[in-house]
Design a binder for this molecule. Structure first.
Ligand code: SF4
Length: 329
């Protein structure tokens, strides 16, 4: 039986640095929709205390696309995916430079760079590190990379080149993970993150909601992420992509209300972190952006790895139109 929850009480608990109980977390996700305004009103002071009224906007460059050996069911770049996407090895430096200069010119918070694949040769890492070094000189943005599993030596090479943060998502709960990927384990992901933290990297770690997991799985994932203690937490809502293992996933659960409750739970469990509302926001939270920004403090613009998204200028308008400022770092 789902327990009921008092929004004001759990918000106080979160502000005091206490974790919600698992029952309280589940109750947040199962809250009757008519109580959502009260939940958001209780969560907003937490967002305001730690993040003010600013919103970080990031852009993402897909620096290496497709041809991955892994079978993550949601991913257009996966081994078994028949999605119609561009496939390429490392992009020419000019592409990264162009995106880096856009991030700088528009005063965006961060430039995120994704590379498909799970393992890299030392030569590939050295080549990419060379790009990062140039980019740091020219664009001087904060750089975050999403780059599979690294050896400690490879990670150090990237750190020395100037990578500030690494994104490595847990994606879902430990319990549900085998349903979405069997070519590597949840524990391998956690071990990679711990190794990176040991080297002093900032960590971005989040997941994807709407892959067929239960609300309990979504809550468990957020508890695992709380244990990891990352700097930022991207919360994606599944965009089913034709040709992928989840192409026909029923996304009817992803109502705006449910998506907002997931964001509330992320804020309650990880009050001081950057909560990024990422892929799917344009699809599932259209018209609910003000509520979204009362909880989350960061968004992506210019699309995702293999899916389109809102332009930077439109994202800036969205943020300022909702009464928030966008963050300059
Ligand atoms: S999510 Fe990453 S590891 Fe998984 S298939 Fe896609 S590119 Fe490969």
């Amino acid at each position: 039986m789902i327990q009921t929850v008092n929004s004001a009480e759990i918000a106080q608990k979160s502000l005091a640095g206490e974790a919600l109980s698992r029952g309280e977390a589940l109750a947040v996700l199962e809250l009757p929709d008519e109580q959502l305004p009260g939940l958001i009103a209780a969560v907003y002071p937490i967002r305001k205390k730690y993040k003010g009224t600013t919103v970080g906007i990031q852009i993402l460059t897909n620096a290496r696309s497709g041809n991955c050996s892994q079978n993550c069911a949601y991913c257009a770049q996966a081994r078994d995916s028949e999605a119609d996407i561009a496939k390429y090895r490392l992009v020419p430096y000019e592409k990264l430079r162009g995106d880096g200069l856009i991030a700088k010119e528009k005063n965006l918070a961060r430039h995120c760079i994704g590379l498909s694949g799970i393992r890299f040769t030392d030569k590939e890492i050295r080549e990419f590190a060379g790009y990062v070094r140039e980019l740091k000189k020219e664009a001087r943005t904060h750089i975050c990379c999403s780059i599979g599993f690294l050896t400690p030596a490879q990670a150090q090479t990237l750190k020395d080149a100037g990578v500030n943060r690494i994104n490595h998502n847990l994606n879902t709960s430990r319990n549900f993970y085998p349903a979405i990927c069997t070519t590597h384990s949840y524990d391998e992901r956690i071990a990679n993150i711990k190794m990176l933290q040991g080297l002093g990297f900032e960590i971005c770690c989040g997941g994807i909601i709407g892959m067929g997991e239960t609300a309990a799985d979504a809550a468990d994932m957020l508890f695992e992420i709380r244990e990891i203690n990352p700097q930022s937490v991207p919360v994606n809502f599944l965009i089913p992509i034709a040709g992928t293992g989840l192409a026909n996933m029923d996304t009817s659960r992803l109502t705006p209300e449910y998506c907002l409750k997931v964001l509330c739970l992320a804020r309650l469990l990880l009050p001081q972190k950057d909560i990024r509302c990422t892929a799917g926001r344009e699809l599932y939270l259209k018209g609910r952006e003000k509520e979204m920004l009362m909880i989350a403090d960061s968004i992506f613009a210019s699309g995702y790895l293999t899916a389109g998204g809102q332009s930077i200028d439109d994202a800036v308008k969205l943020v300022t139109g909702a009464g928030f400022e966008y963050r300059i770092e």
